[in-house]
Design a protein around this ligand. Structure first.
Ligand code: SAH
Length: 265
């Protein structure tokens, strides 16, 4: 937060210097599935809110606590009230991102989750990627300029030191509301130059860009999209092992963030 200006509208020199590189203090981690969230809830020893911050009736869950001096919040959109499954996909992801930013004013958002990977682009099961860019592959609007709006390309926060020091893979992420991939989706994913595919990233990116909160996308590969196994089978087979890898990766990211400013990442 910017320091309040003096009566004459100026800010104190020291305050404005600090304000350029304030250490990160509050982070929000957006995670679509409970299975993905729980290893991190345990690693950071977070507790579930007894009284929800969010509108009455929403299934959205916040786990929070202090870890290495950081105010850590994990937001999970919860289970669908009627069907009882995780509220995956772009609609829930954008709503919880908006609500979490409004109520918690984080310095940084991390969208963590699983993704499909393209072996043609070098992805393997269990790889952890930090996405440099996010875009949609299922919002086809073939009218000039609306086509670009549909693609909705957004850049993740620049994190060259983090990616290098923690030895993550870097690549582009493509998002759509389906677990499977139609030929039209595939063409858009290729056009997006994506190495991984998920169901939330670009939606989180839309909201963080709108509200000017830096965002990092950390995705672990559960299935190979251009492989020979059916995606849903491979996804379920690898989910628990890969969420352990995701948990370790996100813990390393948060350890790295502690005590640093966004510009140092
Ligand atoms: N069948 C699963 C449904 C989860 S949907 C179940 O039984 O629980 C898949 C989730 O994992 C989404 O949150 C999405 O972001 C991610 N994901 C993993 N692999 C994916 C892929 N190949 N395509 C799209 N999303 C994928």
């Amino acid at each position: 937060m910017a320091p309040p200006p003096n009566e004459d509208g100026t800010t104190n020199q020291q305050d404005s210097t600090n304000d350029q590189h304030p250490p990160i203090s509050t982070i929000v981690i957006i995670i679509a599935m409970q299975t993905e969230a729980l290893p991190l809830v345990n690693a950071f020893e977070l507790t579930e809110d007894a009284n929800s911050l969010f509108p009455k009736g929403t299934p959205w869950v916040r786990y929070h606590g202090i870890y290495k001096g950081l105010n850590v919040n994990i937001i999970w959109p919860g289970k669908d009230a009627v069907l009882g499954v995780d509220s995956v996909g772009t609609v829930s992801a954008s709503l919880v991102t908006y609500a979490a930013i409004q109520s918690l004013q984080p310095d940084l958002i991390i969208n963590a989750g699983t993704a499909g990977g393209f072996k043609a682009k070098g992805a393997c099961i269990g790889d952890v990627y930090v996405a440099s860019e996010v875009a949609f592959h299922d919002r086809r609007i073939p009218i000039p300029v609306f086509d670009l709006y549909g693609v909705g390309l957004r850049r993740g926060c620049s994190t060259p030191n983090l990616v290098k020091e923690l030895d993550f893979k870097a690549g582009k992420l493509s998002t759509g509301d389906s677990l499977d991939m139609t030929p039209q989706d595939e063409a858009s994913i290729i056009a997006n130059d994506a190495v991984i595919k998920d169901m939330e990233g670009a939606a989180v990116g839309y909201v963080t860009d709108l509200l000017k909160v830096p965002a990092i996308f950390v995705k672990a590969v559960t299935d190979i999209v251009d492989g020979d196994k059916p995606t849903s089978e491979e996804f379920l087979q690898n989910l628990s092992a890969v969420t352990v890898a995701l948990g370790k990766a996100v813990t390393r990211v948060v350890d790295y963030i502690a005590g640093k400013s966004v510009s140092e990442l």
